[in-house]
Design a protein around this ligand. Structure first.
Ligand code: ADP
Ligand code: MG
Length: 455
């Protein structure tokens, strides 16, 4: 089936289950832009619908797509400006307009990214909340803002997902630029930098790249951990790094882990990363989570009751992006129902975010979800076969039995045809590592978890 037909089929089914208004709001201007090896790329018109589709409809969409095309096991939503059709039917026109209005009202439209610096002006220190979890990183950032290139070089910020690394390093860039309009500041996500380097090597114009980077006063590279295992790229980056460093140009890096834990990175690059200041961002405590929620609500001009704020702060602890999603959902509820959500409403609205707080499951559900997800025959094969197609799902099953149910290693071993407990330990460690390092596996496990808890 062609991508377009597939998507039409999805829309047809979704439409049956949700209100016309919701359908128009969330699904207008969406399409499958491509089908990759095992996943579909769905393009959506703005970050607002991206979030909503990911959080609320992903499971249904994936289920339908997977039934139509069993190869599709994951979906990536990407924001891209889909052109509006030339002559949309009048009802469609209306819905697109509503969509824009809503987005505008809620203030979700992305601000312009600065073409010269590649920085997003929405990330500032003014809207960055400081607490015990990030004060060290903040203090280091301030020292860098004060005298770029002098105090800490490089500044290396690390921490888990959604805890404010991108926000902080972009705020530094914005502030330096504001204080010193003549300085040349550039923000580059590591994926982008890597592809720039790869292209330069391929086209034999490393010199151009060097010149290009050499003119910078401040280089900010986000998610530098992606450079792991890419030897040639590391080598090239090392030279560029040195060239900037030797001339006291400021380098700022972010990573999801400490340089010591970035696998397959050359010693000399690692020691460069460690040569300046390394600061981590932890998880925010309750007070800070409350402060962040309040600030986000103020930005949107909507305040919820104390009880609601506390519920959110108590139940979403590990990720500031999720706190924002929670607020957005509550605001949408309020706008579309014209009333404040009750605590019961809040629980329902945030259920998929809070999944972990109310979870109950059992080994049967976990194994069923995995067998279904990977589409493998469930019989004995799954428990004992050495074939690779079974070993990954089996390792994930062991991992989830451990993580979700806290079964003992030997107990898990027994469930899998009497495997030794060391085999189980090995599987759990392996998956634990993949969960951290392999975006795709991470996402697969997330999807499996959603299935387990939806059963
Ligand atoms: P990371 O890069 O660590 O994954 P981000 O910087 O993208 O995380 O942060 C996720 C979201 O949370 C962003 O929208 C960001 O603006 C917001 N955020 C993160 N830290 C803070 C903070 N200390 N104060 C206010 N908002 C924050
Ligand atoms: Mg980031």
């Amino acid at each position: 089936m062609e991508a377009e037909q597939l998507w039409q089929a999805v829309l047809a089914q979704i439409q049956l289950n949700i209100s016309a208004a919701n359908f128009a709001t969330w699904f207008s201007n969406t399409k499958i832009s491509s089908i990759e090896k095992d996943g579909a790329i769905v393009s959506v018109p703005n970050s607002f619908s991206k979030e909503w589709l990911e959080q609320k409809y992903n499971k249904d969409i994936l289920k339908i797509l997977h039934t139509l095309n069993p190869n599709i096991k994951t979906i990536n939503y990407v924001v891209s400006a889909v052109k509006t059709e030339k002559k949309p039917a009048s009802s469609k026109k209306q819905s697109i307009k509503n969509d824009d209005n809503l987005v505008e009202q809620l203030g979700f439209s992305e601000l312009e990214i600065n073409k010269e610096t590649n920085l997003n002006p929405k990330y500032t220190f003014e809207n960055f909340i400081i607490g015990p979890f990030n004060e060290m990183a903040y203090a280091a950032a301030m020292a860098v803002v004060e005298e770029p290139g002098k105090n800490y070089n490089p500044l290396f910020i690390y921490g888990g997902v959604g805890l404010g690394k991108t926000h902080l390093i972009q705020a530094i860039g914005n502030k330096i630029k504001q204080n010193n309009p003549d300085k040349i500041v550039r923000y580059i996500p590591a994926e982008k930098l890597i592809s720039m380097i790869v292209n330069a090597i391929r086209n034999h114009n490393s010199e151009d790249l060097k010149k290009n980077l050499r003119e910078l006063d401040v280089l900010i590279v986000d998610d530098i951990q992606f450079i792991a295992g890419k030897d040639k790229t590391q080598e090239e980056f090392f030279h560029n790094f040195n060239s900037l460093y030797q001339r006291n140009k400021q380098i700022i890096l972010s990573s999801d882990r400490h340089p010591n834990n970035i696998p397959a990175i050359t010693e000399r690059l690692k020691s460069r990363f460690e040569g300046g200041m390394i600061a981590d961002i932890n998880m925010p405590d309750f007070e800070t989570r409350t402060a962040i929620l309040k600030q986000k609500m103020e930005e949107k001009g909507i305040i919820f009751e104390k009880e609601v704020i506390e519920f959110v702060a108590n139940n979403i602890q590990k990720n500031i992006r999720e706190l924002e999603s929670a607020i957005n959902r509550l605001i949408i509820f309020k706008k579309s129902n014209n009333k404040n959500p009750t605590i019961e409403d809040v629980k329902k609205l945030l259920k998929t975010i809070i999944i972990s707080s109310s979870k109950v499951t059992n080994p049967k559900k976990i194994i069923e979800a995995i067998v279904e997800f990977y589409d493998i025959p469930s019989g004995n094969m799954f428990y004992s076969s050495r074939k690779k197609e079974f070993s990954k799902p089996r390792q994930i099953a062991m991992y989830l039995l451990k993580k979700e149910l806290k079964l003992s290693y030997s107990e898990i071993g027994r469930k899998f045809g009497g495997k030794d407990h060391t085999t189980v330990i090995h599987a759990c460690q392996l998956v634990d590592k993949l969960w951290e390092e392999d975006e795709k596996i991470h996402q697969e496990i997330e999807l499996i978890l959603q299935r387990i808890y939806a059963k």
